[in-house]
Design a protein around this ligand. Sequence first.
Ligand code: GRF
Length: 202
Amino acid sequence: KRVAILISGSGSNMVRLIESMRGAHPARPVLVLSSDPEAKGLEKARALGVPTAVVDARACRGDRAAFEAELARLLDDARPDIICLAGFMRILSPKFVARYAGRMLNIHPSLLPKFRGLNTHARALAAGETEHGATVHEVTAELDEGPILGQARVPVKPGDTPETLAARVLRMEHRLYPAVLERFARGERTPIEMVAEADGNS
Ligand code: GRF
């Protein structure tokens, strides 16, 4: 299976996904595409030998149709079987999502359906949650809505800040996303659950 990964920033999830596809694996990375030309993930992808491309969302000056037309052109050139959104910070139109229905995944830093949207860690703390985590789901027209393919749970600890909680969640994202991608590439759809070690620092 050919995998394209869409990023906007540091690309730490993208790195783990690429590293997970080495060796005997049903998928291989064919493109890393960034919505930001400055994304730190671009140089990481190049260092890992994966072709990169950029569609500069700012240059499209809010013209989403132009942004998505270029995105689709570059994606289709790569002929991906699976598209992984990984720290991709643009909302895609229902029309665009429909084009890739059933083969587009996203990772969201909350236990969906809780805390759709942004600032999930601060919101979880404000809500007094005792546990939090990340979700990998199929992308559908509704934001952060699609069928859940995997979740990873972490404890909220006394004294947690959004930053300490985000770091704990991110460490689990790096385990969850590769596990879900491998199963998805094999055609498996039953959701998986991961729980951080209770006393570990994960
Ligand atoms: C992280 O907050 C992660 O939870 C979300 O996007 C952000 C950046 O991830 N998926 P990455 O380092 O660019 O993969």
